[in-house]
Design a protein around this ligand. Structure first.
Ligand code: SF4
Length: 356
């Protein structure tokens, strides 16, 4: 086994230099200024587990620990882990042989697992168990020779990972419009699966259009769009109906965050924007606004939401009311590679993630 050597730092988007935030101004509007804060919002169980897995790997093995792709799609989380010694890469061939690598929450295809084995990497699989569930469905339906219509965004890491389980059986359907033109070999043996972080409404529109063309289309055994994505969409629908403006905290490459902006607009918000940080909230967004809805994607730490609330309070929106549509208490145990400490003792923290 060769010893690790320094490699060039990979080109993954980093947090921009810390900006000095201009305080927002408290300008008069007609009516009472307030914030409706959606709940649930922010970290889901799969993201929490993946982030803890990298932290735990760094504690146990020391820096550097390599991570294939962004562990979760949030620039702040990635930057904080980089500061602790994680190195993010695009592919495993960028990693020195024999190193530790964490696979991201979005999952990997069997080809990636095998490439890691070829490099004698010690892999820690932080794939969210709800993504793994979809992988298993793909394997099972492919074994039964079904054609799988995978509703999702081509090029997203999760879709690449799921499609990679059965490349000869999977066709990606990106949108309702694509449902009208996709071709299948045998319309009597077709099933649809989906990415976990899509808009529920748009996915059902795609499914309905597929079913018009393929009446024998089978459904997945259970929902592929995960509980966290669904819960955050239900909460923002309720908030959006009463909001002049919705602010979604989340990164541009976070599928579920971008979907929250779309859902907010669709469900009545007069305007909706996504921000990574509080200093991206623009004064003009608040012109004439009495009610601001706030939420965050499943990969967003709560501290970033609190910073947005603080900025809004400076602009007179200090009255915050939580709109809760569900309780969440799901937690996943850590990846199996991290469940035992070096002395072979079971690690208590491995019994259920942590809440933030
Ligand atoms: S958004 Fe859903 S599928 Fe993705 S990590 Fe969170 S719980 Fe898992």
């Amino acid at each position: 086994m060769s010893s690790p050597v320094a490699l060039p730092v990979p080109q993954i988007p980093r947090r921009r230099p810390t900006a000095v935030r201009e305080p927002l101004q408290d300008r008069p509007v007609e009516g009472r200024k307030r914030v409706l804060l959606a709940a649930p919002r922010g970290y889901c169980a799969g993201v929490d587990r993946a982030v803890v897995a990298v932290e735990k790997a760094l504690q146990r093995y020391g820096a550097p620990v390599y991570v294939r792709k962004q562990i979760v799609h949030n620039i702040h989380v990635v930057t904080e882990l980089e500061d602790q010694g994680a190195i993010f890469v695009d592919e495993v061939d960028e990693i020195p042989e024999g190193s530790h690598v964490v696979f991201s929450a979005h999952g990997v295809s069997p080809m990636v697992v095998s490439a890691a084995e070829d490099r004698h990497l010690h892999a820690i699989d932080a794939t969210c168990p709800l993504v793994t569930k979809v992988h298993r469905e793909a394997v099972r339906f492919a074994r039964d020779d079904f054609e799988i219509l995978l509703i999702g965004h081509d090029g997203h890491e999760e879709v690449e990972g799921t499609a990679g389980e059965a490349p000869d059986h999977v066709t990606v359907v990106n949108s309702p419009a694509e449902a009208d033109i996709v071709e299948v070999r045998d319309p009597s043996k077709v099933v649809w699966l989906s990415q976990t972080t899509l808009s529920v409404d748009e996915t059902m529109e795609t499914v309905n259009r597929l079913r018009t063309r393929f009446p024998e289309l089978q459904d997945p055994p259970s929902d592929d769009i995960c509980y966290a994505t669904q819960n955050r969409q239900v909460a923002i629908k309720k908030v959006a109906a009463d909001a002049d403006l919705v602010i979604v905290v989340g990164s541009a490459n976070s599928s579920n965050s971008v979907r929250l902006v779309e859902v907010a607009r669709e469900y009545g918000a007069k305007a909706a924007y996504r921000v990574d940080y509080a200093d991206e909230v623009r004064q003009e967004w608040l012109d004439g606004v009495t009610t601001v809805g706030v939420t965050s994607g499943a990969s967003v730490p709560e501290v970033l939401v609190q910073e947005v609330l603080q900025a809004l309070a400076e602009a007179g929106y200090g009255d915050v009311e939580e709109v809760r549509t569900a309780e969440e208490d799901l937690m996943f145990s850590l990846p199996k590679e991290l469940r035992q400490d070096v002395s072979g003792q079971r690690d208590e923290r491995a019994l259920g993630g942590r809440s933030r």
